[in-house]
Design a protein around this ligand. Structure first.
Ligand code: DQA
Length: 146
């Protein structure tokens, strides 16, 4: 049994209502529920956290190490483009992670084109809306199997 942690960064608590043309109509609860169902069916354990505060995400990553989390799926949201502190937290704990974005950040504003995470991630999924999280979970479980 593997433990997967899904981390959602700032403003993702507003999914469903926030710019639905960009981020889709599914809520964060819908997304987390789908991922939980997949994990339960496959005998794995899913943990989730959404936070608008950088320090809470950092602390959650530190705790993940102590809890033996095997893999992280992370949408850092706007922190993608700003947070050296979150990058350092992931480097410190050495837990493999996949970076997820609902939108295709590469077709958007220039400031969204740079990520502090992509070069240290196992992989990146962006542009497929909420389906991206499911694809990431699939890929994470494959990685853990191999
Ligand atoms: C996002 C893209 C980021 O640029 C943005 O700040 C977000 C969401 C995405 O999922 O597409 O909040 O990470």
């Amino acid at each position: 049994m593997a433990t997967i942690l899904v981390l959602h960064g700032p403003n993702l608590n507003l999914l469903g209502a926030r710019e639905p043309d960009v981020y889709g109509s599914e809520t964060l609860d819908d997304i987390n529920q789908k991922l939980t169902d997949v994990c339960i069916n496959k005998g794995h354990h899913l943990l989730t956290l959404q936070s608008n505060a950088e320090y809470e995400l950092i602390n959650r990553i530190h705790d993940a190490k102590k809890e033996g989390v095997n893999f992280i799926i992370f949408n850092p949201a706007a922190f993608t483009h700003t947070s050296i502190a979150l990058r350092d937290a992931l480097l410190a704990v050495e837990i493999p992670f996949i970076e997820v974005h609902l939108s295709n950040v590469h077709t958007r504003e220039e400031f969204r084109q740079y990520s502090y995470f992509s070069d240290i991630a196992k992989g990146i999924i962006c542009g497929f809306g909420s389906r991206g999280y499911e694809l990431a979970l699939d890929a994470a479980l494959d990685q853990l199997d191999s």
